[in-house]
Write a protein that binds this ligand. Structure first.
Ligand code: G
Ligand code: G
Ligand code: MN
Length: 526
């Protein structure tokens, strides 16, 4: 049955919506964190590159400046005696940044210092590894004679005109300014300056051997023209970055999942299907002829609402009516029925004789509603004038629910609307209602009618009901008459109105017009 699937779907909506939202939220989380991690990774890498560049450039610049401005002009001094040039040497050293001392070297011996003046010491004793045969040489020293605990560069410049002569500058070495730059980046755990096989690191005083350095540097850059490398250690992404991204991801995906849930719930709100069905014109009405056995002709039609759902197909009215009632949508649905019937009535008008009964099924919920009378009057105003006799079919539920039923029935009668009690004999039948309320028709449920054939011409309950109806002067309509046998039995027992497949199925307006045309032709011929 198509609606069982629809109802199943309805029942599992909340779960499906919850799952969809969770899946959507998780997908969002994964995508968001991946994209943001990648983006941040690239950004940090770029920042680290920049930091390294800046640090390297600053160091390079200070070394270059020292060589060209201070040291190069001093190369020729190696030819002089210390006392003639020591003053000049001292003042030059004083004006150069970061410079600890300048030593003049002749034939492998330092003989003049900007700090202490004349002395005489093999250069190896000061900077053990400096290679005097090179034009330029840079070494790291763990200290100098005057400041033995403070690491320094030993920068050697050779006098091109004489071997083993030149200038040796000792330069203060301090990573602090670069560390300051890096302090914005908690993911950078340390930095090092590496020259040949020793290194100055940010995490330990003095020099370290290269072999003691951590194996995986983050990034390194070589100074142009110097055997010196600037090295960064740490991670590309800090724990703070990762925490922030994951936390934002969790928060946002909760929001996205929640939003998704809200959107789906609003969109899939139960009953939306019915309202949408109304809007999209999925409802239509079929009319089943009501037959008068005296004339053998249709004296009226019962309007039966139909719903052709685009994906579920035809949904039985029992299901969508009670569904609409449970969601408080029966009133808009019945108003829609009124519209459809009024529209069809103008089409059917020329083919259906004046006085044709137009029978509509009404839900007790609608009868009890405040808008009921106004809805009915509006419907009647929309129907063709003075053509139809109106009948409202109500069930026993109406009387059970509504203590004011009598007042409503009276109002209907004032407005020339007759009342039929529908499906009589099913549900909570109470004979008292038959006496209490002024019904015009009693519709005998097709359950009774179908029992006619089986209990071989003896249906005591039906017999009693008919008797009662007769006593109360109620006209009876037998529903669901399918065989001639049933019809004959009913006629014999005084039932004058019938409805059922024996006469006609419920028909759409065009077919109903055909039905009436055929009948009138038949009578004309007869
Ligand atoms: O012909 P059908 O199988 O559709 O009828 C099934 C049930 O649905 C019947 O009890 C009939 O009274 C009810 N029904 C059909 N159309 C309407 C309607 O427009 N309003 C109400 N309240 N019930 C209807
Ligand atoms: O509102 P009510 O319950 O009277 O609606 C009549 C219902 O009975 C509709 O569902 C209609 O389609 C159905 N019906 C009408 N004639 C027959 C019939 O001869 N046999 C059967 N089984 N159902 C019928
Ligand atoms: Mn009915």
């Amino acid at each position: 049955m198509p609606l069982s699937r629809a109802l199943m779907r309805q029942a599992t909506y909340p779960r499906r919506i919850a799952w969809s939202s969770v899946i959507f939220g998780s997908l969002f989380f994964i995508l968001f964190t991946l994209i943001l991690l990648t983006f941040t990774w690239h950004k940090r890498q770029h920042q680290h590159q920049q930091l390294l560049n800046d640090s390297r450039a600053a160091l390079q610049h200070s070394l270059d400046a020292l060589i060209s401005n201070t040291l190069n002009p001093l190369l020729s001094f190696t030819r002089f005696d210390c006392h003639t040039i020591s003053q000049e040497l001292t003042s030059r050293a004083a004006f150069a940044e970061n410079l600890r001392a300048i030593l003049l070297v002749r034939e492998g011996y330092a003989f003049c210092s900007s700090a202490t003046g004349a002395f005489y010491l093999p250069l190896n004793a000061i900077s053990e590894h400096t290679d005097l045969s090179r034009d330029q040489d840079l070494r790291l020293l763990s200290g100098t004679p005057l400041q033995p605990d403070k690491p320094a560069f030993a920068l050697w410049l050779r006098n091109p005109h004489s071997a083993q002569s030149g200038v040796l500058a000792t330069i203060n070495l301090n990573l602090a300014p670069y560390q300051l730059l890096a302090s914005y980046h908690p993911e950078i755990s340390g930095m090092a300056l590496v020259a040949q096989n020793t290194a100055l690191t940010s995490w330990q005083p003095g020099l370290a051997a290269n072999s003691e350095l951590p194996p995986q540097p983050l990034m390194k850059q070589t100074l142009e023209g110097y055997p010196l490398q600037f090295v960064l250690y740490g991670d590309t992404l800090s724990m703070r970055d990762i925490h922030l991204i994951v936390l934002t991801g969790i928060l946002l995906s909760l929001l996205v999942g929640g939003g998704c849930w809200l959107l789906l719930s609003l969109n899939r709100r139960p009953g939306k299907e019915i309202l949408l069905g109304i809007k999209r014109g999925e409802f239509y009405v079929e009319y089943q002829p009501l037959i008068s056995t005296l004339s053998g002709r249709a004296y009226g039609v019962e309007a039966l609402l139909r719903w052709k759902h685009p994906s579920e197909g035809l949904i039985p009215p029992d299901m969508f009516i009670s569904y609409a009632e449970s969601l408080n949508l029966i009133i808009p649905l019945t108003r829609h029925l009124f519209e459809l019937v009024a529209r069809d009535a103008h089409r059917l008008n020329p083919y259906l004789p004046v006085g044709t009964h137009m029978s509509l099924n009404l839900s007790p919920l609608h009868l009890a509603a405040e808008s009921f009378r106004q809805d009915v009057l509006r419907w009647i105003a929309a129907m063709p004038d003075n053509h139809f006799n109106y009948v409202f079919e109500v069930t026993e539920r109406t009387m059970v629910r509504d203590k004011n039923a009598g007042e409503i029935f009276a109002w209907l009668h004032e407005n020339n609307i007759q009342i039929a009690i529908d499906d009589f004999g099913t549900g909570h039948s109470a004979l008292i209602y038959l006496e209490k309320y002024p019904f015009d028709y009693l519709k005998i449920d097709r359950g009774f009618v179908q029992s006619i054939g089986t209990q071989t011409l003896n249906s005591p309950v039906l017999d009693a009901v008919l008797h009662l109806a007769n006593k109360l002067e109620l006209k009876t309509v037998a529903e669901g008459v399918e065989t001639g046998e049933q019809a004959a039995w009913l006629v014999k027992h005084g039932v004058s109105h019938m409805q059922g497949y024996l006469f006609s199925r419920p028909l759409q307006p065009d077919r109903l017009i055909d039905y009436y045309r055929c009948r009138s032709l038949a009578t004309m011929a007869g």
